[in-house]
Design a protein. Structure first.
Length: 550
């Protein structure tokens, strides 16, 4: 049927046909057919190289620097040629998508093309071409009616991952060809180090390509975020609250927009959008409505664990008059108990579904939180009963967990198990009830939480050591922790945010940038209106200025 409606299917061979021809050729030449197998190896030395716990969609590529390739071509097999007469198609060609995904584009609908332009009323002097990011975002948009893309299951996931790699590759290609505009020559220390290192090792240095700190996922970007936050903490004090907000696949916004036969994992773009909106509202409650008190600063990072649901780690610092210290104040903000089913049914059901840990231990030895060497829960559950809250025990309080007889029943390996307050994850009543999700709220007074957020989460993308049979062992990168990470970046959502009454810290600038920064601050802060100036020519300014009243 596809050959009847798709002109590309009539012109080019299918992969199954190419495979059959190779098998036939192998029999005629009396040799075995070529087989390619991929073996993944686990690593205990670096958590970036841990194997995934489930089958997932991921892009596998090899480059010298570990980044997505800037360019790659597809090999196609015309029907009227043999295996030795091949053609290649760039990933930027408009026929790339219908050739790779004929089931998603059965009529050969063209994909992205570098010649595509914005609508006339949307064009500006400098922005008139349609970018690949904008094109893919348009295709991901949810519209009325049937969508073949969104009901395609894992093929839809593969398409999204493929588009993410193409977009990242295009960004890298742009950076490689626009190093002059990025003022790479100002990185004098880096150039001196590379030249000195090459002289010591008696090698000739290659072309230096510097990724800006704004390139999400680059080592400089991760280091900049960490250093910025550590400087904020050094200046404004340690955080007061550590909050973990996890997406709930049973939210009405999710259930109402997926098909009956679909799971939430089949609609990662929908999950990413809904979670981002919920997170935005949560941060509004914390920073503007002052649920916990007046906020001095906050920061958060969105994380994905092996294709799991997205969750945000949030640190909040309160003003001195609102800092929570006394046990009675802690009890007003944080609860670690099961509520009475008769008097608070809604909160009881939410806590039962979202705020119960495990169970683990002897009730479920195979739980993911169980450590292999000690056989105990890595989160220290079940906790002990606690009549009253004790503050600041190793940086965290011991919350009140009374033995009041309130219990819930859960299913573990087809058995019913009763759990009490010892298994409850600390939460805030108001936020848990409003968002119907796992929102773990902890009172913290340690800088370790900041280091956890950035040194652990910004350790780098997940990777794998891969062996290709009949080829040498090589290093391949998996471009992101999880499929939904690509969706957040395709949607142009930030996975990191920090809010303070200020901008990028001056300490992160190099000497040349600091000089320009000081000149700008001097110009805009002077009290003499006549000598106020603005800087021109380039993203960093040229250091020259024109008095506006001259």
């Amino acid at each position: 049927m596809l050959s009847n409606i798709n002109p590309l299917a009539r012109e080019y061979k299918h992969m199954a046909q190419v495979e059959r021809e190779e098998e036939q050729r192998a029999r005629e030449e009396n040799r075995g057919r070529h087989q390619v197998s991929m073996l993944l190896f686990n690593s205990v030395s670096d958590r970036r190289y841990n194997l995934p716990n489930c089958s997932e969609i991921a892009a596998v590529f090899t480059t010298e620097d570990g980044e997505p390739p800037a360019s790659r071509n597809l090999r196609i097999f015309p029907r009227n040629s043999d295996m030795r007469n091949l053609s290649f198609v760039s990933t930027l060609h408009r026929l790339c998508d219908p050739l790779v995904y004929p089931l998603l584009f059965p009529y050969g609908e063209p994909g992205y093309d570098e010649t595509l332009l914005h609508e006339q009323d949307q064009r500006t002097e400098h922005r008139f071409k349609l970018t690949q990011l904008q094109f893919v975002s348009y295709r991901m948009a949810i519209r009325e009616g049937f969508s073949l893309l969104r009901v395609s299951g894992k093929l839809w996931q593969q398409y999204l991952v493929d588009q993410y790699v193409r977009i990242e590759g295009a960004r890298l290609a742009f950076l490689c060809t626009h190093q002059k505009e990025l003022r790479v020559e100002t990185y004098a220390g880096l150039h001196d180090y590379l030249i000195r290192r090459s002289n010591i090792e008696n090698v000739r240095p290659g072309r230096i390509v510097v990724l800006p700190s704004s390139f999400v996922g680059s080592p400089r970007n991760m280091n900049m975020n960490y250093q910025d936050v550590m400087a904020i903490v050094r200046k404004h004090g340690k955080p007061s609250l550590f909050i973990t907000f996890t997406c709930n696949p049973k939210w009405p916004e999710v259930v109402q927009n997926i098909e009956i036969y679909q799971g939430s994992e089949m609609r990662p773009e929908l999950i990413a959008r809904i979670f981002k909106q919920k997170l935005k509202e949560l941060m509004k409650d914390i920073s503007q409505k002052h649920v916990f008190g007046k906020v001095k600063y906050y920061l958060y990072i969105i994380e994905f664990q092996k294709r799991g649901l997205p969750h945000a780690h949030i640190l909040v610092a309160l003003h001195e008059e609102d800092v929570i210290r006394e046990p009675s104040e802690i009890d007003l903000v944080v609860c670690a108990e099961i509520h009475n089913k008769e008097t608070e049914l809604e909160l009881y059901e939410i806590v039962s579904k979202c705020m119960i840990h495990g169970p683990c231990g002897i009730l479920n030895p195979s739980s993911p939180c169980m450590t292999a060497d000690t056989g105990i829960c890595s989160k220290k559950y079940p906790k002990s009963f606690q009549i009253n809250t004790l503050s600041n025990i190793n940086g965290y309080p011991q919350y009140r967990r009374r033995n009041d007889g309130n219990k819930i029943v859960v299913r573990v390996s087809q058995n019913s198990v009763e759990l009490d307050n010892r298994w409850v994850v600390p939460y805030n009543k108001y936020l848990t009830k409003k968002y119907n999700a796992h929102i773990n709220v902890e009172i913290c007074s340690s800088i370790k939480s900041v280091k956890y957020l950035h040194k652990y989460i910004y350790k780098g993308y997940d990777c794998a050591t891969v062996q290709i049979i009949e080829q040498q062992i090589d290093h391949f990168g998996l471009p992101a922790d999880d499929l939904a990470t690509e969706n957040l970046e395709i949607e142009n959502f930030n996975i990191h945010d920090e809010v303070l009454c200020g901008q990028v810290l001056k300490e992160q600038l190099n000497p040349e940038q600091k000089y320009i920064f000081d000149q700008i601050i001097l110009a805009i802060s002077t009290s003499n209106e006549v000598i106020k100036a603005f800087f021109i020519d380039g993203p960093g300014g040229s250091g020259q200025y024109n008095p506006p009243y001259s």
